[in-house]
Write a protein that binds this ligand. Structure first.
Ligand code: 18C
Length: 254
């Protein structure tokens, strides 16, 4: 009996392109899965106590107030809808270390310390100093993934996760080490044109961003909260405008 072989579009890998023997294999897949689950649950973490921090057009930024041992750990989430760019593009530019300093306003420097696989690397990032707190740094892996939707009618998801890790080449030293768990996830909606090819006018990107940051050491709560309130909306605006600008004349990355 002849088996029917359907023509299928190439499927992205369901897991990181890293050897399952690598010590970070499970962590990266698990943390990424947690972010995807949170999205699937429509950002609903059971308690509806998110506080609106900032609203501007389609952009909405929320936080939850959380303190532990006097440290501000406020989880943050944001949603945004941007026309003319795709989720693949947003995630590509958020992940690509070669352009990080082109849109990042809060870092003094950023450098790659190790490539784990084609889709994942570890970087060392020195954060700008905020008076009167000590200067911070962060070491994290950045993983990018394309997730196919099992429901063919529903859009795929692109996601980037930035998650703190340790690396023997950058021990804690000069700076206070920040810990973080950040995700940027996107879905692209395409409104097919009546005739002709899809253009940037036909695409809309739905973005969900989450950040859980532990400042790592004492920082005055009121200053930190004021900095977050200012910096997260600023980042979302600056980063999405950056992506619109650099992609405007380029072929659409679907
Ligand atoms: O997600 C973002 N960027 C990614 C790529 O870089 C990555 C990085 C996340 C960084 C998390 C920030 C850690 C903050 C640590 C606390 C600092 C303590 C300061 C003490 C204050 C009293 O995932 C985008 C990140 C969006 C911006 C986050 C706001 C963080 C503000 C940190 C302050 C930086 C200084 C701002 C510049 C002001 C200059 C004087």
């Amino acid at each position: 009996e002849r088996k029917h072989i359907a023509a299928v579009k190439p499927q992205p890998p369901p897991a990181i392109l890293l050897s399952p023997n690598h010590s970070l294999y499970n962590e990266i897949n698990q943390i990424t899965a947690e972010h995807l689950k949170f999205l699937e649950d429509k950002n609903d973490d059971g308690e509806d106590n998110w506080i609106m921090l900032h609203e501007e057009g389609e952009m909405k930024v929320y936080k939850r107030e959380l303190e532990e041992d006097g440290l501000v750990l406020d989880p943050l989430k944001a949603v945004h809808t941007v026309k003319g760019i795709t989720g693949h593009e947003i995630c590509h530019y958020f992940w690509d270390l070669n352009v990080r300093m082109d849109w990042e306003g809060t870092l003094e420097s950023s450098r790659c310390i190790e490539w784990l696989s084609e889709d994942t690397f570890i970087s060392h990032n020195i954060i700008k100093r905020v008076w009167p707190a000590s200067q911070r740094d962060a070491v994290f892996w950045s993983h990018i993934r394309h997730v196919i939707n099992e429901d063919e009618e529903e859009p795929d998801t692109w996601i980037v996760v930035n998650y703190s890790t340790d690396h023997p080449t950058v021990p804690v030293g000069k700076y206070v080490r920040v810990k973080m768990n950040v995700s940027m996830a996107c879905q692209t909606l395409i409104e097919p044109p009546d005739d002709g090819e899809i253009t940037r006018d036909n695409i809309t990107c739905k973005i969900s961003y989450t950040a859980n940051v532990n400042p790592g050491g004492w920082a005055p709560a009121s200053v930190l909260r004021a900095v977050y309130k200012r910096e997260y909306p600023k980042f979302l605006k600056r980063f999405t405008s950056y992506v619109k600008e650099v992609t405007a004349e380029k072929a659409i990355m679907l």
